[in-house]
Design a protein around this ligand. Structure first.
Ligand SMILES: NC(=O)c1ccc[n+]([C@@H]2O[C@H](COP(=O)([O-])OP(=O)(O)OC[C@H]3O[C@@H](n4cnc5c(N)ncnc54)[C@H](O)[C@@H]3O)[C@@H](O)[C@H]2O)c1
Ligand SMILES: O=C(O)C[C@H](O)C(=O)O
Length: 334
């Protein structure tokens, strides 16, 4: 078992995702069964009492790996010494809203948190932004943390990735474990581009196993892209347990690696791959080794996929320009 605990900061700790996330982190599901964790929970002042209640429950689990719990309403303290930061705290959308409608409401949270990360984070810090609109919030946070390498800021696409796996499994009857190489491109929004052109089902090309291009374009893509809204409609609240599950898997794979011969989907600052403008936090197929993501290179893009990526990236450009207009990005940012 590790002697020095890993500092894990979770913002929005008293929210519904926070409640589904903290227990899994403390039990070792995120960083492994031998790694001790110290939880640093950040809330707004009105959320602190509920966070204290969650902390009591965490204590009552007597997790062997849980080295301590601190609760803050101050970002500088919460991010001091942070190794892994999960930026969840933000308003969720309601019925009839798009995630981009949250730009003005939530964007202002991520600049000060980026500054706090810049001021106090550990050298190996890794930040996953979950709060929506996640990609542009990650861009804002990173732009306010000039001393932290930009590739340490990710936005979460793993939920979309898992939704795509699940829909493909339901359609083909294959277990999820036999499906690989699915990709979500672009933005975590209804304009994301779920892509199975390189996916395999039981070792065979997924498109061949499905054998129905109309289903892919007319059912699969919109079902995955609009799943968040469908959950809100059905549950009356946005996804929580599946979002927390995706966050656990994202950080697990970032730190401990992805399985050989497969990849996942990660929103990270573009290095220009696949002609996505440099610096935009866009989703790519990615694998991890040695604690670093590498974008999977050399995939051929057919016209449909290229158009899907371009539409999603155009939306990211619009979001970036909107937050610039709102004064939420420093002037030097892309
Ligand atoms: N990227 C994804 O795939 C994905 C999936 C699901 C939800 N989300 C997003 O995650 C966010 C949280 O969702 P939720 O359902 O947990 O919401 P929630 O309303 O249940 O909880 C949000 C919590 O954040 C806290 N908070 C607000 N501002 C804060 C700040 N500045 N610092 C610290 N805490 C703050 C609130 O007090 C609240 O307790 C939403 O923006 C939602 O849209 C993203
Ligand atoms: O859709 C939402 O607003 C919540 C979340 O981003 C999701 O994908 O479930």
């Amino acid at each position: 078992m590790s002697t020095v605990p890993v500092n894990v900061t979770v913002t929005g700790a008293a929210g519904q995702i926070g409640y589904a996330l903290l227990f899994r982190i403390a039990s070792g599901q995120m960083l492994g069964p031998d790694v001790r964790v110290r939880l640093k929970m950040l809330e707004i002042p009105q959320g602190v009492k509920a966070a204290e209640g969650t902390a009591m429950e965490l204590e009552d689990c007597a997790f062997p790996l849980l080295a301590g719990i601190d609760i803050y309403d101050d970002a500088t303290q919460a991010f001091d010494g942070v190794n892994v930061g999960l930026l969840v705290g933000a308003r969720p959308r309601g019925a009839g809203m798009e995630r981009g409608d949250l730009l003005a409401a939530n964007g202002g949270i991520f600049g000060p948190q980026g500054e706090a990360i810049n001021a106090g984070a550990a050298d190996d810090v890794r930040i996953l932004v979950v709060g929506n609109p996640a990609n542009t919030n990650a861009l804002i946070a990173s732009a306010h943390a000039p001393d932290v390498p930009a590739d340490r800021f990710n936005a979460m696409m793993r939920l979309d990735h898992n939704r795509a796996l699940a829909q493909l499994a339901l359609r083909t009857g294959a277990p999820v474990s036999e499906i690989s190489r699915v990709t979500i491109w672009g933005n975590h929004s209804a304009k994301q581009h779920p892509d199975i052109t390189h996916a395999l089902v039981g070792g065979r090309p997924a498109a061949e196993v499905v054998g129905d291009d109309a289903w892919v374009k007319g059912e699969f893509v919109p079902t995955v892209a609009k799943r968040g809204a469908a959950i809100i409609d059905a549950r009356g609240a946005s996804s929580a347990a599946s979002a927390a599950n995706a966050a656990i898997s994202h950080v697990h794979d970032w730190v401990l690696g992805t399985p050989k011969d497969d990849w996942t989907s990660v929103a990270m600052p573009s290095d220009g791959s696949y002609d996505v403008p440099e610096g935009l936090v866009s989703s790519f197929p990615a694998s991890s080794e040695g604690g670093r993501w590498e974008i999977v290179q050399g995939l051929e893009l057919d016209d449909y996929t290229r158009a899907g990526i371009d539409a999603s990236v155009a939306e990211l450009v619009e979001e970036r320009d909107a937050v610039k207009e709102l004064g939420l990005l420093p002037a030097v940012t892309i």
